[in-house]
Design a protein around this ligand. Structure first.
Ligand SMILES: O=C(O)c1[nH]c(=O)[nH]c(=O)c1I
Length: 299
């Protein structure tokens, strides 16, 4: 079975070396680091910190610029490999359109994912939290882009926001999937001994991943699965074993991404989590993911 697991954008996907390690792994797919028009250094370090409950990051979109990933996508062997997703997070709508047009002209089999949810660019609000702006961006993209694509969503925390966001996304037939969730933005981790924050950017504010975000990720997966008929939801957030992968799929996820855990464990996480998921399914008498996908019971 092709693994339902792959990397969360941002982890093990910035350089060709990273991407080739992902391609050689047992993951079922791979996605690139979100890219911008020009290469970016990103925020000052320290900008990533691991805690017993997960991670906090304020990377600031470090990437080699979209042409680097376009070049990788041109050379990628789509026949014998996994689906290649390209994450795009331009600094403006104009930048996003320029990048997407460049990929569109090449008509490559890679799948574009528009990142609506980077929480770490000082002074830049997330599109995912400005739904009129998100709708406008999707309208401009769909004026010319005629192939299936996806979006990376921030976590939402209010049922009315699930409703409003879904209303926007349901207007776009070519929007075939949403990835829920990006990191939970602007958390603050404190080191008691040093009486200090642990990352430098934004006076310590950063996106949370890992155990911190699992219930929020599961809620977003389940609520968007309910609200986006005909689309798919990729689950991301808090996956560190077969159990959390099982939860995401039970909540309706088609595939599941691994971020913080992949950052710490490396590509062995894909083998371990896939095996744990297989064992859990066997113990429950399930043969395939569709035996239990979206079948979370309510009380
Ligand atoms: O700071 C980052 O580079 C970053 N960090 C995240 O946690 N999510 C994102 O979408 C991005 I673009």
């Amino acid at each position: 079975m092709t693994s339902p697991l792959y990397n969360a954008s941002g982890v093990m996907c910035r350089s060709v070396e990273d991407l080739e390690a992902m391609r050689a792994s047992s993951s079922g797919a791979l996605i690139t680091k979100s890219c911008t028009l020009e290469p970016r250094e990103g925020n000052p370090e320290p900008r990533y910190f691991v805690t017993p409950l997960g991670s906090i990051n304020s990377m600031g979109l470090p990437n080699y610029g979209y042409q680097y990933y376009l070049d990788y996508a041109e050379k990628y062997d789509y026949a014998n490999n996994k689906p290649l997703f390209i994450s795009i997070s331009g600094m403006s709508l104009a930048d996003n359109l320029t990048i997407i047009k460049a990929f569109h002209e090449r008509a490559l089999p890679c799948i574009l994912e528009v990142n609506l949810s980077c929480p770490n660019l000082p002074g830049k609000p997330q599109l995912g939290y400005d739904l009129p702006a998100a709708q406008h961006a999707l309208e401009k993209i769909c004026e010319f882009y005629d192939r299936p694509f996806g979006v990376k969503l921030p976590p939402y925390f209010d049922v009315s926001h699930f409703d409003q966001a879904a209303e926007v996304f349901n207007k776009f037939d070519l929007l075939k999937y949403v990835t829920c969730i990006n990191s939970v933005g602007n958390g603050l981790v404190i080191d008691v001994d040093a009486e200090s924050v642990v990352i430098k950017p934004k006076d310590g504010l950063g996106g949370l991943g890992g155990d911190y975000v699992l219930p929020t990720a599961l809620a977003n997966v389940r609520e968007f699965v309910r609200r986006l008929p005909g689309k798919q939801v990729v689950g991301c957030g808090g996956v560190k074993s077969g159990r959390e992968a099982f939860m995401h799929i039970l909540a309706g996820a088609t595939a599941v991404q691994v971020g913080s855990c992949l950052y710490e464990e490396g590509v062995g996480a894909f083998d371990r989590i896939a095996q744990e998921l297989k064992d859990l399914m066997a113990a429950k008498g399930y043969q395939k993911l569709s035996d239990f996908r979206g079948k979370l019971k309510t009380l």
